[in-house]
Ligand binder design. Sequence first.
Ligand code: TRP
Length: 340
Amino acid sequence: MSEVQNQKPEKKPIIFSGIQPSGTLTLGNYIGALRNFSKLQDEYDCIYSIVDMHAITVRQNPAELRRRCMELAAIYIASGIDPKKSLIYCQSHVPGHAELSWILNCFTYMGELQRMTQYKDKAAKHADNINAGLFTYPVLMAADILLYQTNLVPVGVDQKQHLELCRDIAQRFNGVYGDVFTIPEGYIPKVGAKVMSLQEPTRKMSKSDPEDTYVALLDDPDTIRRKIKRAVTDSDGEIRYDPENKPGVSNLLSIMSALGAGTLEELQNELAGQGYGTLKARTTDCVIATLEPLQAEFKRLIADKAYLQGVLDENARTANYLANKTLRKVQKKVGFASRG
Ligand code: TRP
């Protein structure tokens, strides 16, 4: 056999990320996560999950949850992820997530979970429903990641603590049973512009805050225009990037820059001496120009349920195959009886 034939195609590093099909995706999710996902597809083997099992840790309306799963699949694809290159699938369609999660539960300490700030926040927010799933949420997330021997996990700061825990669990397991899991690293995108709330620009833009604080990915142009028009700025009237002292103005500049309108410096020079009205109009134009094609593609896809279902089914088959490879190894290591 010639040497060329002998060579296996080089394995690409694996990227895993998940988005919950709950609430509305915002411009912040798009700039901070989604739009980077599609750029990673050629260099990495990417797995993008619709984490519906995480979503039910807070009460969901079943019909709405089902609808949002399909919508998220359409959004993933509309944002440029090619389901022939990357995996887009529903977490609940791959039982390995739940199975590995159980095993990892037995390698996670109560104290570790009690320290998780997201758990503390959510428990305070949903005091009438502090369920065990909310508590072990980070273990399911660890299972998501470890099931696919993931190398890199694109995460925002709010999920860093969960990723650290995932690494700790994996190292603990490997310490007992040998190298079973790849230890994942966080992947911080190079241009990681953080989008802030339009009303309280010192806080991150969040889908759990009131409507007028964020631009939703599927907001129509009039809504986008209105929300940005009402965005909080300041009273000194100068267009300058200075997040410390001018968080509102800086946020708009940084949104524009993230959407390709120029560097912060270029924008600052270009808009110097203009009023905030102009700044807001320009920001609005940038946002609409970005979201309009995405929304058009979304509308086309969401009307084609058969196509979306086909994508989810086919990708879940591949995900199951990959997940089971790790799961079988883990089950053997912990001593589960072998299957005939
Ligand atoms: N917990 C993540 C969030 O709310 C979603 C998520 C679930 C995730 N599993 C994951 C993110 C695995 C990255 C990797 O944002």
